[in-house]
Design a protein around this ligand. Structure first.
Ligand SMILES: Cc1cc2nc3c(=O)[nH]c(=O)nc-3n(C[C@H](O)[C@H](O)[C@H](O)COP(=O)(O)OP(=O)(O)OC[C@H]3O[C@@H](n4cnc5c(N)ncnc54)[C@H](O)[C@@H]3O)c2cc1C
Length: 423
């Protein structure tokens, strides 16, 4: 078991992750190379009464740790057998996308190929084809997990630990490998339409109305983004506050389906085209570099004109705190599927997300986001776990689950982690 302590060579690199707004100083990091290393780490933590946490990429860090951190980044095996992928806990989506494509298949990955498969899937996993196939969690077939008691187990649908891990994440053990179904997709029609901020009211309304009747084969979001004035961005959008409609469509008639959007306002940049699923990361073009960010979200049952006005007031170009605002259309298969794991709100039609880069402390951002979500509160139905970014208390995280699931999770937590050291 390779362990690193503060001050030792390699410690800082092992602790570093994508999210840099949370200072984390574990007493010891275990750089796991095998599932047996994870078992040894969990037993060591029990002997020394240390809290246990886990990191793959650091995209989803929600709290720091001063206990024992298990780093899974070296568990990078990817195997494809028929339509099943089996991956180690350190695998990122990009590796699965590439491996699956060789078999004419694709995983239910999200906007960024750099995100870790396990953290994403245990959070539910809302991906580019979610309205057609549901969440990534719904396609999990088996989970290898080291329980808080130090036992390496394989759990499958029907088991209570399987259910709890898909939502309860590291609070119920350290996953060492995941098996999940792939879908027969090699290509899609995808990319983005960019509009000027001056046209935001018209574009937001046009997208909302159009997205309400979109076919299940189409998953779409709209992002209101202050873009930096940097040379890597194409000239028409560089340095502008834009509305970016993102589309991933599995049908053949993409151009006619998006025609009403192209007519909504003058288009600054149009990147929509047929593309291989291996290029699906270009649809949202998420930033690849580690940075400090904080974000929250709310699911809503409707998106009326008053809500759109509030959204622009609190998170549009004139907002007091610069915010990336993303609205995703839910529904489709997401609303129908019974699903694996902890709850999904089938009534939610959209999720509104706000994300800001942390520059001068997180409190100003929290207050600014709170004003937006207070304004949306009358229509809010809950939160989505994967889009809670940065430091959140256990109570804030629990608010991402239906009340009945919180009760069951608490019961199972007492059973599997009675000392409350995992999470
Ligand atoms: C740029 C970006 C794009 C994103 N796009 C999407 C998207 O399209 N759809 C979506 O649903 N989400 C998306 N997310 C959210 C992402 O799914 C979550 O942040 C997720 O938790 C990241 O997992 P990770 O393993 O990469 O991160 P990490 O920070 O390494 O892990 C996050 C958490 O996952 C759990 N976890 C990780 N590994 C294990 C393990 N081996 N055993 C038990 N628990 C574990 C732990 O609770 C851990 O704290 C995005 C995030 C970012 C930053």
């Amino acid at each position: 078991m390779n362990t690193l302590r503060p001050g030792q060579d390699g410690y800082a690199e092992e602790v570093a992750g994508f999210q840099t707004s949370i200072a984390t100083q574990p007493a010891v990091v275990v750089a796991a190379e095998t599932a047996e290393d994870v078992v040894a780490a969990v037993k060591y933590a029990a002997e020394h009464d240390l809290p246990v946490s886990v990191q793959s990429t650091g995209h989803g860090l929600t709290t720091g740790t001063d206990g024992l951190l298990i780093s899974t980044r070296r568990l990078t095996d990817v195997e494809i057998d028929g339509d099943t992928a089996r991956v180690g806990a350190g695998v990122r989506w990009g590796a699965v996308i590439e491996a699956a494509a060789k078999h004419g298949l694709a995983p239910l990955s999200g906007s960024s190929p750099d995100v870790g498969v396990v953290g994403y899937t245990l959070s539910g996993g809302f991906g580019l084809m979610a309205r057609r196939f549901g969440r990534a969690a719904d396609h999990v077939r088996a989970i290898d997990v080291v329980t808080p008691g130090g036992e390496l187990r394989t759990v499958t649908p029907g088991s209570e630990l399987f259910w709890a891990l898909l939502g309860g994440r590291a609070g119920f053990g350290i996953v060492t490998a995941l098996e999940f179904g792939l879908v027969p997709v090699t290509e899609l029609y995808g990319g983005g339409l960019y509009f000027d901020a001056g046209d935001l009211p018209a574009v937001l309304r046009a997208w909302r109305t159009w997205a309400m009747t979109a076919p299940d084969e189409l998953t779409t979001s709209i992002a209101v983004v202050p873009l930096p004035d940097l040379p890597f961005l194409p000239e028409p959008i560089r340095g502008k506050h834009v509305a970016n409609i993102r589309i991933a469509y599995l049908g053949e008639d993409g151009d006619s389906v998006v025609a009403p959007l192209r007519a909504a306002a003058p288009v600054l940049l149009d990147t929509l085209k047929r593309l291989p699923y291996t290029d699906s990361g270009s649809i949202a073009s998420d930033p690849p570099h580690p940075h400090p960010y904080h974000g929250t979200n709310a699911t809503v049952e409707v998106l009326n004109d008053g809500m759109l006005t509030s959204i622009l007031e609190h998170a549009g170009p004139g907002a007091p705190v610069e915010t990336v605002l993303i609205i995703d259309r839910l529904g489709g298969e997401l609303a129908r599927r019974e699903g694996n794991g902890v709850g999904w709100d089938a009534k939610a039609e959209f999720v509104v997300r706000a994300l800001s880069v942390v520059e001068d402390g997180v409190e100003t951002i929290r207050r600014a986001h709170a004003k937006l979500f207070d304004a949306l509160a009358p229509w809010s139905t809950g939160r989505l776990l994967p889009f809670l970014y940065g430091e959140h208390s256990p109570a804030e995280l629990a608010a991402a689950f239906p009340a009945a699931d919180v009760t069951r999770l608490k019961q199972l937590k007492t059973k599997y982690d009675p000392a409350g050291r995992f999470g």
